[in-house]
Design a protein around this ligand. Structure first.
Ligand SMILES: O=C1O[C@H](COP(=O)(O)O)[C@@H](O)[C@H](O)[C@H]1O
Length: 241
């Protein structure tokens, strides 16, 4: 695992945008397409908006990238809580992406059906591949969740399915999420985490005893791929560095 610490969220987003842009270009020297899993929430907005502007809007070969989502809130696309909607607003509507390469988790059908459909899309896409995604971008909630793998929920222990839907009582909402095994088969996983409110949780996730029921972010340990944590100083403030 590599830990990268930046001064503040603005500097962190700058660093991650540059890192992602380099990584995409490097990987595309050896292959024709690149698979990029996006996260939702608030943290990645600044990063997405940087990627949508020069120089990244111009140097990233957008038409070669296939976009997927790590998780989705089962609310209509028009709802501002919808993770795909946020990514469209800040990034995908602003760069020359091929619309056929954008693979959203649908919320215009039932969550179970959407999860099954997404699983089929992924299994078909990665049929002959040893690894799954080239890059998975993740966030971490202050409760230690990542994707929609929330503390204490059975989905944390899912080992077979790549995509699951479930009802999250705390938010009175269905969630659709990739599971840990499919993310752990990725070539590279990158966590983006900011803020002092996440400092103690981050310390537990990175330096604490393994307890995935309490801190689902600990589930993410790529088998062969790289794991990077990009955090700001406030989020890193409780760690013993
Ligand atoms: O609900 C969610 O939260 C996590 C964390 O979001 P953040 O804004 O605190 O970083 C996010 O990664 C996930 O995609 C989203 O559905």
């Amino acid at each position: 695992m590599e830990l990268h610490i930046a001064k503040d969220p603005a500097q962190l987003s700058e660093n991650v945008a540059a890192w992602i842009s380099n990584y995409i270009q490097e990987v595309l020297q050896d292959q024709e397409k690149f698979t990029f899993v996006l996260s939702g929430g608030n943290t990645p907005k600044q990063l997405y908006s940087l990627l949508a502007k020069p120089p990244y809007a111009e140097i990233i070969p957008w038409e070669k990238i296939h976009f997927f989502w790590g998780d989705e809130r089962a609310v209509p696309f028009e709802d501002e809580r919808n993770n795909a909607r946020m990514a469209y607003d800040v990034l995908l509507d602003k760069v020359p992406v091929n619309p056929d390469n954008i693979h959203v988790m649908r919320t215009d059908i039932g969550p179970e059906q959407s999860a099954q459909e997404y699983e089929q899309i992924l299994r078909k896409y990665f049929k002959d591949e040893e690894l799954t995604f080239d890059l998975v971008l993740l966030g971490m909630g202050d409760d230690g969740h990542t994707l929609s793998l929330f503390p204490g929920m059975p989905v944390v222990h899912e080992e077979e399915a790549w995509v699951k839907a479930f009802f999250l009582p705390a938010q009175d909402m269905y969630r659709i999420t990739l599971t840990a095994p499919v993310v752990n088969d990725a070539a590279c996983v990158l966590f983006l985490t900011t803020g002092g409110n996440k400092a103690l949780t981050l310390k537990s996730v990175i330096e604490g005893t393994y307890d995935a029921d309490k801190f689902p972010s600990q589930l993410i340990r790529p088998q062969e791929g790289e794991l990077h944590w990009f955090v700001d100083e406030a989020a890193a403030s409780a760690m013993e560095l």
